[in-house]
Structures are given as C-alpha cells and as structure tokens.
Design a protein around this ligand. Structure first.
Ligand SMILES: Cc1cc2nc3c(=O)[nH]c(=O)nc-3n(C[C@H](O)[C@H](O)[C@H](O)COP(=O)(O)OP(=O)(O)OC[C@H]3O[C@@H](n4cnc5c(N)ncnc54)[C@H](O)[C@@H]3O)c2cc1C
Length: 363
C-alpha cells in the first residue's frame, strides 16, 4: 500500500511515523521483462518522486498491525464478527452483531471496504454504487525462487500483466492483472473457480508464468476481485457514515485508496470533534471537506490502468520506453508526466489538514 504526503502527516500525529518508516518495504527497481528484447530496469524511487513529495510503501498487514496497536489502549476490538442489522433510533444506533451481544452506540462508522456490509445495510445493494473499471486483479504468495532482492519484475502481454516482488520470510507476492470489457461472474468464496479463471487467462503466457501458476495451486492466500470504484453522492445517513473504500473506493491498486482512506478518517475525526460529536454537522463537514479529493481520485484509476495493463503491443512498447526515460528526466517534468489524472499527491493536497493540537476536543 502507498502512503503519500499528508497521509504521512496523519501517521506522525498518531505517533506511529517511526514504526511506519521502519516497516516500509524498499523495492528499489522495477524490471520490465520483454519478449526477445533486453529487460528495462527503472528506479522506483525516481518514479515515486515524480508522483508525490513523500511516499512510503508498506505491506497491508504491517500497516494494519501498527494502527491496531496505536488504538489498543482506547478502543475495544471485537474480532470474528460482523454487523447483521442497524437501527438508527435518531438519538442512538442499535447494532446487531452475528455472534456478540448487541451494543448500542452513538455513531456507526463503516470502514469495511469495497464490499461494505454497513453500506448495504444503510444505503442498499452494492451494485447501485459500484463502477467496474474494466479489469481484475489477483494476488497470491509463492516462494521467492528468483531470489528477488528489492526488485519487482513485471511481464505484460496485451490485456494481461503478471508481476512479482519480494516480501518477508523468503517469499514473493504475485500480482496478476487482466483487462476485461464485461464483468466476469466471480464467487468470492469459490477459490477453485478463481484458480481456474487465472489458469484459463494466463495459461498461455511464457516467461515465469507457468511456474507461478503452479505456485498458485499451492498458495493459501489467493485474493481475486474486480477493479471497481464506489460512487456515492453522499455516504452519511443519520448516525451512520462510511470511510475509505466503503464510501469512495477509487479502485484497488490504481487510485491511491490507502492515502484517501487515511485522509478521510482524519477529516472525519476532526470534523466530529469540532461538531462536539453531533453527527449531522460532523458528517456534513466531513463530506464537504473530502468531496474534492474523492472526485479527483476517480480519474486516477482509469489512467493508471492504461499503463499497468497495456491494451496493445504498441502500448507495451511505449510503457517500456517511458520507464527507460522517465527516471532520467528532471523532477518537474517527471512530476508532470506521472501525475495521472492529477495524481494521488495532488488529490491529497486539495484538503489542508488541520494540526490536531488546533482542533477542539469533543469534551
Ligand atoms: C490487491 C490490492 C492491492 C492494492 N494495492 C494498493 C496500493 O499499492 N496502494 C494503495 O494506495 N492502495 C492499494 N490498494 C487499495 C487499498 O487496499 C484500499 O484502498 C485501502 O485498504 C482502503 O482501506 P479501507 O480501510 O477503507 O478498506 P480495507 O483495507 O478493505 O479494510 C476493510 C476491513 O474491513 C473488514 N471487513 C469487511 N467486511 C466486514 C464485516 N462485515 N465485518 C467486519 N469487518 C469487515 C475487512 O476484513 C478489512 O479488514 C490495493 C487493494 C488491493 C485489493
């Protein structure tokens, strides 16, 4: 995941900046493998510099652990459970959980991702808010048998990309991306069908792909999903609001969703504090403040998808040339060329975050 600019300020204000820095992954190079042509190596640091002034790449589990620990003294966490019903009484919300006795709470903030249950219970079925961007992604873990060290390797064919990068414990993560005009019926609980889809789609590719697909059959952490955005005009109702992908996913892996989720959570907290915990004013201030970054984030994904899932041979060639040239260009030019649809950093800049010491406590 990527944390840009002001999302890193939020980490500092939470007191976890150093932990985030310590846990960051440091892939230094991306290597584009090409059929019958020399591999193109590009400096990732130089590429990221173009996208934002400050950037940290971190594994999802590491960021989740750091944020979990930061809240552990103040927050009661309930694991292995899910909301099954919500009733907003006007002055409180009665929440039913599947396993735990029901709590009654002042507010509900649904931070439960692209397929949010809180959103479904409050606003209705996902289909009316989800916009398919024309692609799918799959992620799974294999042994790092190529011995990759701070290097990501990527191989693209028309409408398909397979990439691999090292993670801890001698393993590597494989990312498969495919372009599809229409949606493919996908059962999130049927991993056999998901594996079959990947074999059928990528099975004819050369390079390391046959070996990676053999690794797929051994992997126990396969994740497959569409690349989709969530489009809602408003994501608050009564005493319930949404934050992050649940309310405004810009598309997995293509739109700066992690930074937007962090920004959204921070703005929600400060807005509620200023409204002394009163949801109507607090949620309205939150939605107003992040309307612009949410709008901007929606244009990033389609542009990034064109690059990472090339749709023609000439696009594959063009991407390789861009990777060759971009890291050598002066920073201002790099910044202009890599600011997809305004870019994640520009998106974050459209809100000036208030230092928490200047925000009134809800008392
Ligand atoms: C493969 C992949 C790669 C990505 N790469 C990047 C990247 O490089 N950079 C980037 O910025 N973004 C990336 N993203 C997007 C990024 O992960 C999201 O934008 C970000 O995690 C949004 O955070 P969130 O907290 O809103 O949602 P999530 O991170 O999805 O968290 C939602 C949480 O809610 C939990 N949950 C869901 N339903 C329930 C329920 N009913 N009850 C209880 N809990 C529930 C889930 O288990 C999960 O822990 C990627 C996404 C994917 C899928």
């Amino acid at each position: 995941m990527d944390l840009f600019d002001s999302a890193l300020d939020v980490m500092a204000w939470m007191g976890v900046h150093d932990k985030v820095q310590d846990a960051r992954t440091r892939n230094a190079t991306v290597s584009l493998i090409r059929r019958g042509r020399p591999t193109v190596d590009a400096s990732l640091d130089r590429l990221w510099e173009g996208v934002g002034e400050r950037h940290v790449e971190i594994m999802r589990g590491d960021l989740a652990r750091i944020l979990y620990e930061a809240g552990a003294d103040d927050v009661e966490y309930i694991f292995d459970d899910s909301i099954s019903a919500l009733t907003d009484t006007g002055s409180q919300v009665e929440v039913s959980l599947e396993r735990t006795p029901p709590p009654t709470v002042d507010l509900v903030v649904g931070a439960d991702g692209l397929h949010s249950t809180t959103r479904r219970l409050t606003f209705g079925e996902e289909q009316q808010f989800r916009r398919f961007l024309g692609g799918y992604l799959a992620v799974f873990t294999v042994p790092n048998y190529l011995g990759l060290n701070r290097r990501m390797v990527s191989f693209s064919d028309v409408d398909r990309t397979v990439a691999m990068y090292p993670v801890r414990d001698g393993n590597a993560r494989v990312l498969c991306l495919l372009r599809s005009r229409g949606e493919i019926p996908l059962d999130h609980h049927d991993s056999v069908a998901q594996r079959r889809l990947l074999h059928d789609t990528f099975g004819d590719l050369e390079w390391e792909v046959p070996r990676l697909l053999a690794g797929l059959d051994q992997a126990d952490d396969l994740y497959v999903d569409s690349i989709s955005q969530i489009l809602m005009n408003s994501w608050s109702r009564g005493r319930v609001t949404l934050v992050g992908d649940a309310g405004y996913s810009p598309g997995a892996a293509v739109g700066g969703g992690t930074s937007l989720a962090v920004l959204g959570a921070y703005v929600l907290a400060t807005s509620l504090a200023e409204a002394k915990g009163e949801p109507t004013a607090g949620f309205a201030g939150y939605e107003r403040a992040i309307a612009e970054p949410v709008r901007q984030s929606r244009s990033i994904g389609p542009d990034v998808m064109k690059i990472i899932i090339p749709s023609s041979r000439s696009q594959i060639w063009l991407t390789a040339q861009a990777m060759r040239i971009l890291p050598r260009l002066p920073l201002p030019i790099r910044r202009r060329l890599t600011s997809y649809g305004g870019g994640p950093a520009a998106m974050l800049k459209s809100v000036v975050l208030r230092d928490p010491r200047r925000v009134a406590s809800p008392g």
